[in-house]
Design a protein around this ligand. Structure first.
Ligand SMILES: *Cc1c(COP(=O)(O)O)cnc(C)c1O
Length: 360
């Protein structure tokens, strides 16, 4: 039996059926190697080397970057590990890093950095519970060790359309919108994404870092926390999450096959259709103003909390899961990552309409 629920959850998120089938096959017998992907060694110069090489090449190709200039790393420890590693590596005790405070994860990243050096909050919408994006200042100092921001705020459903202008090194958490649309990745000195949203399974984090950043590491660190050591060891400093990297490779192939341009158009159309229904539906209200809306995470309310619970249950009864809002915001949240099809969005819209009719 194959899975039959539509998962609109924010992460671990839906994966395309073809990716799940290929991952399942690899567990049984990887590429007819006679071994499961869970058993293949990571230092035999064969299967895993191919997985690593192809996955890195695909990342660079999709981002439009060159291997001469950027390193691609597959690391563990999720988003939080990056929140810590970034200041550990790049923020000296007496130096200052700039943070754009646009949501829960952006704020958490900033909190981690406080332990290592000075922080300048460049702009923040924390006071208004992050329901809109902060206005990024035009005159960001070029003396900052780096500027960190979150391209898409997974919990609050806001997404930056523009890349901040700054001449200090630019670092971005792209966990919930990487490769979902067209973007000039060459503007970044480091960007990262946990895999469990747009890029595969939990347990692996993609980090792409400009090589010249690796000469700016400010303190002596245990190798496992040092970007340069990971780069020197080609992501096999320790036993890597082989299966997770393989699922990301399958996702990257799938993205490559679809084409980012097509995915971008599809993602826009999906989000547009859903926001349109939320605006039409007499029981629902979108939380974020149109100009700040994310096309990855759509957050909205029903008339009251009780109705929200009813709607979540109604969705569950109709084969739709993962629509409950994050505990810090409440309401509803529908995540429309790459793997979600337009047909699935239409199915959700049909259910939202039926719910409205039932309540009349
Ligand atoms: C989910 C998420 C994270 C956290 O990832 P973990 O792997 O749970 O630490 C960080 N940043 C963003 C933008 C996210 O959406």
């Amino acid at each position: 039996m194959i899975k039959d629920l539509i998962n609109f959850g924010a992460g671990p998120a839906a994966l395309a059926p073809s990716i799940l089938a290929a991952a399942a096959q690899a567990i049984v017998n990887y590429n007819n190697s006679g071994l499961s992907i869970l058993e293949i060694p990571h230092r035999d110069g064969k299967h895993f080397d191919e997985i690593l090489a192809e996955s890195k090449a695909l990342v660079l190709d999709l981002a439009g970057l060159s291997a001469d200039e950027y390193e691609v790393l597959w690391l563990q420890g999720g988003g939080r590990m990056q929140f810590a590693m970034i200041p550990m590596n790049f923020l000296a005790q007496d130096a200052t890093a700039g943070y754009i405070d646009s949501g829960f994860w952006a704020h958490d990243a900033q909190s981690h950095a406080l332990q290592y050096g000075n922080i300048e909050t460049l702009c923040s919408t924390r006071e208004s519970n992050y329901t809109s994006l902060p206005i990024v200042p035009k005159n960001i100092s070029d003396q900052l060790s780096y500027v960190h921001y979150t391209t898409n705020n997974t919990i609050y459903g806001t997404q930056f359309a523009q890349i901040p202008e700054c001449s200090s090194p630019l670092i971005a958490d792209m966990s919930s919108d990487i490769f979902s649309g067209q973007r000039d990745y060459s503007r970044y000195d480091l960007f990262y994404a946990v895999a469990q949203k747009n890029l595969g399974a939990a347990g692996v984090t993609l980090v792409v870092v400009k090589k010249n950043m690796l000469d700016k590491i400010v303190r002596k660190l245990p190798p496992i926390l040092d970007y340069k050591q990971h780069a020197l060891q080609h992501s096999v400093l320790n036993t890597p999450p082989v299966f997770g990297i393989y699922v990301s490779l399958l996702s990257l192939r799938w993205i490559q096959q679809k084409g980012i341009k097509n995915l971008a158009a599809e993602n826009n159309a999906k989000a547009e259709a859903l926001y349109k229904e939320i605006e039409r539906n007499s029981l629902l209200t979108a939380i974020v103003a149109a100009k700040n809306r994310s096309n990855m995470n759509v957050v909205f309310n029903a008339l009251n909390e009780e109705m929200e619970h009813e709607l979540i249950a109604y969705c569950n009864n109709n084969g739709i899961v993962g629509v409950k809002g994050h505990r810090s915001v409440g309401g509803l949240r529908v995540s429309l990552y790459n793997a979600i099809s337009m047909a699935q969005v239409q199915q959700l819209i049909t259910v939202l309409k039926a719910f409205e009719n039932e309540k009349k």
